[in-house]
Design a protein around this ligand. Sequence first.
Ligand code: SF4
Ligand code: SF4
Length: 298
Amino acid sequence: MPEKTRAADLCTCEGSPMEAAAITRSIREAAADLLGRGVVDAVLGYSAGWRDEAATPCVVTRVEDVDQLVFGAQCTHNLAKYLVGPDGWLTAPYRAAQRKRPLAVVARPATMRALTGLLQEHQFERADVIILGITDGLPVGVEPDIQVGVIPEDAARNARIQQQLAELEAMTPEERWAWWEAQYARCIRCYACRQVCPFCYCEQCIADENQPQWIERSSSVTNNRMWNTIRVFHLIGRCVDCGECERVCPADIPLGVLHAKMRLEVEEAFGYVAGIDVDALPALLQVNAADPDRPAKR
Ligand code: SF4
Ligand code: SF4
């Protein structure tokens, strides 16, 4: 592990281009240092996208390429996604045989919470990643190995989700059902929400199985409800609120508020918040002998 370098004093980003530029500089310096000393084979981060409002995840393997790395408000992707699953950098069998050194990962706060959750789920070892962390003052579980920046909390998004939650809570169950049915009716079953989520790493997704076929593939209200219900239940107690599923949904389905509601339920029922304690046993893996709802022994 490299010695911890605190670059936060340089990078108190308030979202302005200068401050984002300071974070970009810190990322490039850290990447050049790690690659130059042979500590890592590669750095996973963001590069410029095809337009100013977009960024593209990228892997840099040579010191002379570190200037490809950028940081700004457009760098939203949860890069933890690239580490896991059948083709994941840290989990693909064909890579495991070749991999000699850890991977450096540029990690926004939500990416760090996802790394925490994936470590809790034993998807890889802490020593497999060197975290170039960007924090916002909220708990993220894992400590960055190198802190490359500080950004403000996304207060506007948090306020929007709270507002949506309050509106949904004010509905009757029948109104809420009708509201969600109307949202799900727009789903085109593109599975983009699954593809971006770091916690959707199953080798075979239940939505792709055809013997038996648990969920019909055609887009209908019933099938869409089934898909979205299975997906959200799969992510209960695991979702770290990165917002990527909602961002990529082409049908503009408010997945953020759906997951926010589930997070609240888990917190109220079990006192557990996903992605903030790497040593915690995930809520739905715990068995409480005193739970009054636990089935009696036969
Ligand atoms: S991204 Fe949106 S439209 Fe696509 S499957 Fe998910 S919920 Fe449906
Ligand atoms: S917000 Fe969506 S993409 Fe992000 S962890 Fe939760 S379910 Fe996955």
